[in-house]
Design a protein around this ligand. Sequence first.
Ligand code: FHN
Length: 470
Amino acid sequence: MINRTIQSRYSAVLIMSAVLFLLLSVGCQQEEANITVIKSPGGKKQLCKDERMEWWRQARFGMFIHWGLYAVPAGEWKGEKVPGIGEWIMERAKIPVSEYEQLAGQFNPVKFDAEQWVQIAKNAGMKYIVITSKHHDGFCLWDTKYTDYDVVDATPFKRDILGELVAECKKQGIRLCFYHSIMDWHHPDAQAPFYPNYNDTSKSNPNFDRYVEYYLKGQLKELVQNYGPLGIMWFDGEWVKDWTREMGWDMYDYCLSLQPDTIVNNRVGNGRQGMRGLSKSDEFAGDYGTPEQEIPATGLPGVDWETCMTMNDTWGYKSYDNNWKSTEDLLHKLVDIASKGGNFLLNVGPTAEGLIPAASVERLAAIGEWMKHNSESIYGTTASPLGEVPWGRCTAKPGKLYLHVFDWPTNGKLEVTGIKNKVKKAYLLADKKKAKMLFERQSNEKIVLTVPSRAADPVDTVIVLEIENK
Ligand code: FHN
């Protein structure tokens, strides 16, 4: 019954979309027909996708937070270290729901401080935070009326974590976004009955449609109404057998009907890993691609995309995972992603006490120090027009190229090829007075800059080229 409803609603959306597209195409200056038509009751403002994505394309850098009951075992179960990512311990250690639920009684993050968390993100130069409202284990970080398996009803902490983060993000001007898992190892109408293999993609639950239409959609509506507006609805766990392409499209429209200016990632679709790094925007439901733990070699031309990545090897906290990426590596990844036209969603996994690990805090502070002087070369930039350059990366804005020099030349000369436009000026971004011009000569498509003997920043010194035309 549900599927036929979705099919008929889906065709209604298609017809209405076609009609509205004709009306809207005048309103939105679109180079491509990527207008998102919103099937919203009450005639809420129809927004073009570009209008919704504008803040996101400016932001370029966000914080991912994986936090929940899994921080309590922190990678160990009954005295044994459990391999794999920390938030999957319920599945990896084959923990029965009744046992895993007991962790709620131990979840008391008394050191949680929303102001501190948001300050750490903001000081790092991050513009948005995506936090797990509910991960695959089904535990809810807000006071939901759909279950008592939440931080207010089931833990000694009893505080509304999402509510405190919403207030702090508003205060500090950071967009709050929610990661929400379609897969649910706790709900009897979802994957709980698949125990001990909660992630068994060969299994189906006859009540999954009820889970989607009542519980999943009900909680999403609750999140938007009580904690919105949400910057992004960041879906995950889309690979379960019962989640169909039609459900994905219906959920996409449902989210936009709840909040017409929100953004929905592509994992609302029913694709699997391949879908996440999609190269064509008409293949998936959702507004942008989500390559995970990888940076597409040439970006994803033609679509918006965001690489999500851990700082060590786990999303959720593991007490013994100290395989931290260096600050230099993380900063180079941020620049590399921006140079290919993408966003970087960098993860932290807070402890059961409510603290972001010190190693993460240190790295974010160091990135923030660099961003303090160089964020102009990241925010609102687009992919490099130069292709690969031997000395680093390049990001662009109309009339400007930002040369990110990782390997500073020892001979005092920096050569840049592939520039057709006339270069008007060249100077160090950190040299706000543009006191020292670096420009020497330009012939054909090559320019040669005379640069100081030492790099201003050992990790990435940015040179600005002001060029004629776009
Ligand atoms: O299974 C999840 C995983 O726990 C984590 O949340 C990542 C982050 O994008 N997403 C899924 C794996 O692709």
